[in-house]
Structure formats: C-alpha cells, structure tokens
Design a protein around this ligand. Structure first.
Ligand SMILES: Cc1cc2nc3c(=O)[nH]c(=O)nc-3n(C[C@H](O)[C@H](O)[C@H](O)COP(=O)(O)OP(=O)(O)OC[C@H]3O[C@@H](n4cnc5c(N)ncnc54)[C@H](O)[C@@H]3O)c2cc1C
Length: 376
C-alpha cells in the first residue's frame, strides 16, 4: 500500500473531524486532512464552550444528553484536566419580552428548568438590571467545556490508535473510480475507500467537488468579545446570562467576561472576522440588560455556525456518491454534542450497531441522514 493510501480519509481537523477519526481508527487506517496549519483554527477554536441539554432542537438535545456522561466523567486516560466546569445558565426576560417568556415557559415546561422571580435572578447575578426584569429560568445541568482539551484528547486517541493528521493540506479535488476515492491536496494525492466530509462551513463546497447531493448548508457568522470589567471576587462564579430571545449572552471566562450579540449573519465559508457594528450591538445590549461597566474590550473574534434548514446535523452516506460520508451542519452545538455524535457517526460509517451506553439514547439516523435534504 502506498504511503498516502488508507481506509478512511477525514476532511477537516475541527472537533467533528478529529473526534470521528479517533473512533474510526480503532477499526481502520484513518488519515485526517486539514487545510490550516493547526487543527481547530476555525469554528472549533472560536466557540463559547457551553454545554446545555436544553439548547437546540430535539435531535440536538438527544445528542447532548448522550454526550453528558463522557464530558462529565471521561475515560481515565483521555484528558489531563476535567473536560467541564459546571456553571448554571440563567435565562431571563424583561417586561418587553413577556410574550416570548410565556411561550418559552410553555415550551420548556417538561425540561426541568427552575423558575426564579426577578429578585432571585438578581441575587444569582447582581449585575442584572432589576428595572423591568420579570423573572427567569435557571438551567443547572450546564457547564463550561474545555474545548482545547477535548480536541487534544481525541487527537491523542487518534495517534495512539495509529491514525494520522496532516495539516496545511487543502483538499482541492475529489474523484471516485471502482477502487475508491482519490483526494487531491496541495500536499499531494491521497487514496481511500471512504471519505468523511467534516469540513465545517466548507462542507457544501467539498460536497460539490465530490458531485454529492447538495444539502443547502448556510454558514452564519457569530461574534464574541472578551471584556474587562470590575467583577469582584464572586464574578467568576456567576451563571451564564442569556436573554429569552437569545439576543445576547454573557459569561465569566478566566477573569474576563465573554460577551456575544448572538448574531447569525449569513456568510460565505471563510476565515470569519468580527464587524465593529456587531461588537457595538453586543455592548449596547449588555448595557440594556445589565448594570455592568465595560472598561476595555480585550479581544474580539467571529466564527461560523453552519446550519441546514431543519437545524439538525447532516450525518450519513451521500445518496448519490458511494463511500462519501457527511458529518456537517453542527450549528452552534458541535462541541457539546461531539462525544455522542462522533461515536454515532463512526458506527454509521462502519455500518455497525451503536456501541455501549449510547444505544440507550434515542438517536435517529433518519433525522440526520443527508437524503432528507434532497431538493434543497
Ligand atoms: C461564536 C461561536 C460560539 C459557539 N458556541 C458554541 C457552544 O457554546 N457550544 C457548542 O457546542 N458549540 C458552539 N459553537 C459551534 C461549534 O464551534 C461548531 O459547531 C463546531 O466547532 C463545528 O466543528 P466542525 O469540526 O464541524 O467545524 P470546524 O471547526 O470549522 O472544522 C472544519 C475544518 O475543516 C477544514 N477544512 C475546510 N475545508 C477544507 C479543505 N478543502 N481541505 C482541508 N480542510 C478543510 C477547516 O480548516 C476546519 O479546520 C459556537 C460557534 C461559534 C462561532
């Protein structure tokens, strides 16, 4: 077998690519191709690192529930530090958001979120503006994720199992013949029987190169900033704040505060950059919802969250191109769902039953299959 030949090529060294590659490498020779000089440069390295079982649609929630055990109690040799640090999320509403709050309460009635009155909400997070506040709901089964450690854990696992990652290898063309796939990169040609498309915002583009079915992927920009403020000793333990209409969120992050206007601006696949206007909107909403004074914006960034129309992931073999497997459209949930999604997707790639405890969760292949998007 030639040096660049393997069983499975994974395109994309973000969270999705390295996590599925680690699973697959237990059974197959796996090679990850990443166009940047480091894995995790795009969406994975730019997330807000939240774990919440009540975020996203029912498919996402099932994947998050199924990921919980791994994140909170990982295998002993997987990571050097804990993968999560518990932090409640306080979803609050102002008088002007009463209708949205009522609808949200009704929708989440069975989710186990804890209702709090306005004064209790302020006691939990003293910077919340009391004027106009009508109350909130607290999610307690939520956490900050150590994103870098999670990704490094999967990379270590991949290497221990004999898998490889090549960086600075942009895929420029894909062709299939009776022997399998030939993948052209700027570091030469690679061959495999199976290709996994885990290229994040570029997944539609890679699909086009492979003449696969279009999935209607929409990359959407989200902006974030780290701000300096006088937090006081208790500041680092505040809950994450999220308004009920998801116009804004704020959470302590290593002595600073991570702030986002929760924007979802349509974008081409690219190295997303923050717009000054979005930072200004974030600070305006911060001042509207809280009494916090911003001293300085320490850093700012943007990343792409990619969705298809039903906001569920796209996971499964392409209906037209044998051996071309999609792992894309992970939206704003690709970190928190990575443990279950990668194990589930690897089982589908290998056409094996979903192993172990994951089998107990209601993960439905048809709800994630690319064929559901035919015609988009
Ligand atoms: C501001 C923000 C906040 C977020 N907050 C959260 C959160 O709190 N919780 C959560 O779970 N998720 C969150 N997300 C979403 C999460 O970051 C994504 O769902 C996840 O990172 C997607 O992983 P991925 O591997 O699919 O994509 P990526 O990390 O983008 O990886 C795709 C990789 O493919 C590579 N690639 C593309 N084209 C090619 C090519 N032609 N050849 C070779 N390589 C290629 C890219 O370089 C990239 O490294 C957030 C995202 C943003 C932007």
């Amino acid at each position: 077998m030639a040096e660049n030949d393997c069983d499975i090529l994974v395109i994309g060294g973000g969270m999705a690519g390295v996590a599925i590659a680690a699973h697959l490498s237990e059974q197959a020779r796996v090679h990850v191709l990443e166009m940047e000089s480091q894995p995790g440069y795009h969406s994975t390295g730019r997330s807000a690192a939240l774990f919440s079982q009540t975020y996203g649609n029912e498919t996402i929630r099932a994947l998050s529930r199924a990921s919980r055990a791994f994140l909170f109690d990982p295998p002993e040799d997987f990571c050097a530090i804990p993968l999560v640090k518990p932090r409640p999320v306080l979803i609050f509403a102002q008088e002007s958001q009463r209708q949205a709050f009522d609808e949200f309460n009704e929708f989440e009635a069975a989710s186990g979120l804890e209702p709090v009155a306005a004064d209790q909400a302020v006691a939990l997070c003293p910077i919340l503006r009391r004027d106009g506040l009508i109350g909130g709901l607290v999610a307690r089964d939520t956490a900050d994720i150590e994103v870098h450690e999670l990704q490094q854990g999967y990379l270590r696992l991949l290497r221990r199992r004999g898998g490889a990652l090549t960086t600075s290898a942009r895929v420029m063309g894909l062709a299939r013949n009776t022997e399998g796939w030939t993948v052209e990169t700027d570091r030469g040609a690679f061959r495999s029987a199976i290709v996994v498309n885990a290229s994040g915002a570029w997944a539609e583009e890679l699909g086009r190169m492979a003449q696969a079915q279009p999935i209607g992927l929409e990359p959407r920009r989200r902006t974030a900033a780290l701000i300096e403020s006088r937090l006081g000793a208790s500041g680092q333990d505040w809950p994450m704040l999220l308004d009920v209409e998801e116009q804004f969120y704020l959470k302590p992050d290593a002595g600073l505060l991570l702030l986002s206007p929760a924007d979802e601006t349509l974008s081409a696949a690219c190295d997303a950059q923050p717009e000054e206007l979005d930072i200004a909107i974030a600070i305006d909403r911060l001042q509207h919802f809280t009494t916090l004074e911003v001293q300085r914006v320490r850093s700012r960034w943007a990343g792409l969250r990619s969705f298809v129309k039903d906001r569920s992931p796209v996971v499964g073999y392409d209906p037209h191109q044998p051996g071309f497997f999609w792992l894309a459209a992970l939206g704003g949930y690709g970190i928190q769902t990575a443990p279950a999604l990668s194990a589930f997707a690897a089982a589908l790639v290998l056409d094996r039953p979903v192993a172990g405890a994951l089998g107990a969760f209601d993960l439905r292949p048809a709800e994630m299959a690319p064929v559901r998007l035919a015609g988009d």
